[in-house]
Ligand binder design. Structure first.
Ligand SMILES: Nc1ncnc2c1ncn2[C@@H]1O[C@H](COP(=O)(O)OP(=O)(O)OP(=O)(O)O)[C@@H](O)[C@H]1O
Length: 329
């Protein structure tokens, strides 16, 4: 559905040059749901705007739904839906008019547009709001209207630029619910940008991590976490009463019986004399039972166990040395 090679965009303004996108390769197969994830200014929107033919690339090429974005922009636009950042611009327009205008923009015959608009508004829980002005809608309703408008031409491929930014958690979940249901019903391919880590993690089948205009990783959320981050299992062990049960001995005995699957182990002496053992692993939850069994069989008392699973922020941190969560904040 999408094939981009060496896609590049350089903005020049008042002698200042910004290399927004630096030679990006992207492939999206039919039916995939792919998220561009990256910090502010990484080049996500610029890439999306080139793929939707809204922005001409400085170099490189892209075909979308089988058409070249530079040579055949009209063919591309007829086959895609695009939901930009803060779309529903005509605030004084009525919801129904916005949908009709969108239909006209895509040359959808009037009677088809009427039926389609009604179906989409119903599917996005906006039924009955046709006569309301866009201005009077809540943030979540406005964003759902954006989605409805983006689907007026029944696209096989939908581009969403930060669809849930600015919405509260309830409205975000609700919007996702609707998007995924429509995707299911229509078999749409979807490409979206987001800086919500949790959203990318749970919704996207594949994540393209973008930083400083470059793709720094491209894989499923699970593979990214497996290859670029560790789960951490933290255990508190009690030093025994015997003379040779010093904290150092406890740590040493614990290390000697750890099961397979531990990438790294560190121990720390706590103020109260307990030993904190931190295990880095790719299989946090699965590692806990055999570890507990092994430690207990070795006569070591485990006071507590905690598992922190790898996150996409850990992945970004390990790849760039910066925290995406902190940059977003
Ligand atoms: N029209 C423009 N003129 C000049 N510079 C631009 C223009 N559009 C984008 N840029 C610059 O290009 C870089 C990439 O911007 P882009 O909007 O693609 O990033 P982004 O990853 O989508 O960020 P955000 O998450 O904040 O939307 C930024 O440095 C931005 O300032």
């Amino acid at each position: 559905m999408v094939e981009a090679r060496g896609l590049t965009k350089t903005f020049t303004r008042k002698k200042e040059t910004v290399e927004a996108v630096k030679g990006v390769d992207i492939d999206v197969a039919d039916g995939e749901l792919v998220a561009f994830l990256g910090p502010n200014g990484a080049g996500k929107s610029t890439t999306l705007r080139m793929l939707t033919s809204l922005l001409r690339p400085t170099a490189g090429s892209a075909t979308v739904a089988g058409y070249d974005v530079v040579r055949s922009p009209a063919e591309v636009r007829a086959r895609i839906g695009y939901i930009g950042q803060g779309n529903a611009g005509g605030y004084s327009y009525r919801v129904g008019d916005e949908m009709r205008n969108q239909g006209r923009f895509y040359s959808v015959p009037t009677d088809v547009a009427r039926t389609r608009a009604a179906e989409l508004l119903e599917a996005l829980e906006l039924g009955g709001l046709e006569k309301r002005t866009v201005l009077s809608l809540s943030g979540g309703q406005r964003r759902r209207l954006d989605v409805a408008m983006g689907l007026m031409n029944h696209p096989g491929l939908l581009f969403l630029d930060e669809p849930t930014t600015g919405l509260d958690p309830h409205a975000r979940a609700n919007l996702w619910d609707h998007i995924l249901r429509l995707r299911e019903a229509n078999g749409m391919t979807m490409l979206l940008t987001t800086h919500y880590l949790d959203e990318a993690d749970s919704m996207a089948e594949r994540i393209v991590l973008i930083d400083h205009g470059e793709v720094i990783a491209d894989a499923t959320p699970a593979a990214l976490k497996r290859d670029h981050a560790d789960d951490l299992v933290t255990l508190r062990l009690r030093a025994g009463d015997r003379a040779d049960d010093s904290a150092a001995r406890v740590a040493e005995r614990a290390r000697s019986v750890l099961p397979l699957g531990v990438n790294r182990a560190e121990d720390h002496l706590e103020d109260d004399g307990a030993v904190r053992l931190v295990l880095a692993t790719n299989h946090g939850p699965d590692l806990v039972p055999p570890t507990l069994r092994a430690l207990e069989a070795a006569g070591l008392a485990v006071e507590s166990a905690d598992v922190r699973q790898a996150s996409l922020d850990d992945v970004f941190l390990n790849l760039t040395g910066r925290s995406l969560r902190e940059e977003a904040a």
